[in-house]
Design a protein. Sequence first.
Length: 216
Amino acid sequence: MVFFQSIDIYCERQSIIFWSEPINALTNFFFIIIGFLLFIKTFQDKLCKLLSLELILIGFCSFLFHTFANIATAILDTFSIILFGFTYLFGANVRFLNFSYLLSAIGVIFFIPFSFIVTFCIQFFIGHINGSAFYFSYIFLFLSYSIVLIKNNSYVSKNLFLCFVLLFISVILRSIDQNLCSKISVGTHFLWHILNSIVLGISIITIHSQQKNIKN
C-alpha cells in the first residue's frame, strides 16, 4: 500500500530498516520527557495539561516516523504538530489577547489559509527547503504575538521572542540537513528535535503563566 511506502529524506538514514536513524529517533525523547514533566507541573491547568500530552504525542509520532519512515508515519508526525499548533494558537488568543472562545476559534480557522500562503511564498522565493516551508507560519506567529504584546505583557513578549529565535534556528537546521550529508554523516535534523522541544516547552510554561486569564 502507498501509505507504507518507505521515505528517505534525512542524512542519517542509510537503509529502510527499523533502526536506521538512531539519533533522530532517540532525540524525540526530549519531547516526551519535557511533556511529561510539564504535565506534572501544570496538572491543575487543563489547557497546559492538554498541551503537555500533545507534546508527548509529537515525540511518539516523530519516533515512529524516524524508525518506520513511511508515508503513514509521516502523516502522523505532521498531524501531531498541527494539533499542538492549533491548540496553542487557540489558548494564546484567549490568554494573551483576552479573546473570547469564539473569536479565538475563528483565529485558528484563519491560520489555515495563512499557513498555506506562507508555505507557498517560502517555496516560491526560497524553495522546498526539505519540507520546512510550512513551519515559517509558526515562526511568524511567535514574532507577531511578541510584537503585539511587547507593551502590555513584557514577560510573555520576551518568551515568545525567544521561541521565535530558537524556532527560526531549528527550522534552518531542519532545512539544511540533506545539504550537509557529505560533511556531517548524521545530518542536523536531530538538532531540530532538541531545539524544537525546548521551544514548545517554553511556550507551554509561558501560556501557563497566564492561567488566571482563562476559565478551566
